[in-house]
Design a protein around this ligand. Structure first.
Ligand code: ZLS
Ligand code: CA
Ligand code: ZN
Length: 388
């Protein structure tokens, strides 16, 4: 086997396009793509780039998006600029039919989950290209772990933008992996349900999707109940672990490890994709789960330990200093250097963002105490039974 069964070393490759720092969803929008630039800057300042192969890659082509998205939607993305949207009533109607717009208000404030943004197509092709390149690196067999923190946009549908996501790089990457691997396990630790990925493979028994998420009335997207298990040939190949807000490290891992362990054992995947949405961290501006950076990264460490080709993607995360800390620490876990990472954040261009965390990475923050794991116990019992 090309990987290292017992050692800590993995051959890791890493994708980053600096263009992400100029992508702007609009003033007041929760999604801040600059958090990926912050994570990258932190990764660089800790010296972790020396432990990975930097993927040199082109953006995806519009044709590559057609492996999942429909032609009409891809054409729309290609034509949709703020100026065209303003001047063309037909385009405006088409965009809104596909979940994009209306435009930000005249005062610059954004009122929509999926606004029309400058450089929209370039942004989509960039993050999709990163996830495709990462998937190809795993297919080639020269790398054990591949990382794209700008990917992980799990809500996008075939012909529709949804929940801050325009194109679904995860579905595209999994389809790429299926060209080389027979079975792919998809695990989603974003605080929201991974609905777009689940739906894309709902009737497939080659892809098992498993999402952990906050599940309460009014919480987006509202799907992902425990009874949602896939359909047809894919029945029992979609698994959902709905959680109440307040879930902490201890309660989370009482579920995560037995469930993921069982899924690995039963499904025997040839490759694993982990969506590392960081809105499941304590203090997130949108979600209410209470993971610490260490608890979140433990999911990466646990899956890495199975030694299957592993694709790590980003996702949500709305308290941006926490997001960058988390993805930097997870990069260290990927290369096996988490024990060598100093708590003190090195001086670097974004260091002023970390003031509220005392300029420390805070990956060992103790969770506030197991106060809500009790409320979530039912989910544990039911789910572990369902896998038996
Ligand atoms: O998983 O809850 C909704 C949908 C609405 C409420 C918000 N309005 C604007 C539209 C209709 C029912 N949307 C969620 C989407 C969450 C997407 C998570 C993505 C991911 O993390 C993966 C990347 C939602 N929750 C919170 C907001 N939207 C939201 C809060 C505040 C604002 C500002 C900017 C924009 C409009 C005002 C916005 C969205
Ligand atoms: Ca999730
Ligand atoms: Zn999310």
């Amino acid at each position: 086997s090309p990987s290292c069964p017992d050692g800590r070393k993995r051959r890791v490759c890493y994708y980053y396009d600096p263009g992400i720092s100029n992508v702007d969803y609009g003033e007041g929008h929760s999604m801040v793509p600059r958090r990926v630039a912050m994570a990258h800057s932190l990764v660089a300042s800790y010296g972790l780039l020396n432990d990975m192969t930097r993927l040199r890659t082109r953006p995806a082509s519009p044709e590559e998006l057609l492996a999942f998205h429909d032609q009409k939607y891809v054409d729309l993305l290609g034509r949709l600029t703020p100026a065209a949207y303003m001047s063309d009533g037909n385009l405006r109607r088409t965009a809104e039919e596909h979940g994009i717009g209306p435009m930000r208000r005249l005062d610059g404030a954004c009122t929509n989950d999926n606004p029309v943004i400058d450089g929209l197509m370039g942004y989509c092709l960039s993050y999709a290209g990163g996830s495709l390149a990462a998937a190809r690196a795993l297919c080639g067999g020269d790398h054990d772990v591949a990382i794209n923190w700008s990917g992980g946009m799990h809500h996008a549908c075939r012909g529709h933008a949804n929940g801050f996501c325009y194109v679904n790089d995860i579905v595209l990457a999994i389809k790429q992996l299926l060209g080389r691997f027979r079975r792919v396990l998809y695990v989603d630790i974003d605080g929201h349900h991974g609905d777009g990925v689940e739906k894309a493979f709902a009737d497939s028994n080659q892809v098992m999707t498993l999402s952990f998420h906050q599940y309460e009335s009014q919480f987006f997207p509202g799907t992902g109940s425990i009874d949602d298990v896939g359909e047809g040939a894919g029945r029992y190949h979609a698994l959902n672990v709905p959680l109440k807000k307040g879930m902490d490290d201890q309660g989370y891992h009482e579920l995560f490890k037995p469930i993921v362990g069982k899924a690995m054992q039963v499904f025997q995947p040839d490759a694993v994709v982990l969506q590392c949405g960081a809105d499941s961290l304590s203090g997130d501006r949108l979600a209410g789960l209470e993971l610490s950076v260490g608890g979140h990264a433990e999911c990466v460490r646990y899956l890495r330990g199975f030694n299957a080709p592993l694709l790590l993607l980003g996702g949500g995360g709305y308290t941006i200093n926490h997001v960058a800390s988390c993805w930097c620490y997870e990069t260290a876990v990927a290369v096996g250097k988490e024990d060598e990472i100093a708590h003190e954040i090195p001086h670097h261009p974004y260091d002023h963002y970390y003031r509220s965390q005392g300029y420390r990475l805070q990956y060992r923050t103790e969770a506030p105490g197991s106060r809500s794991s009790g409320e979530n116990k039912d989910a544990a019992v039911i789910r572990v039974k369902a896998l038996e």
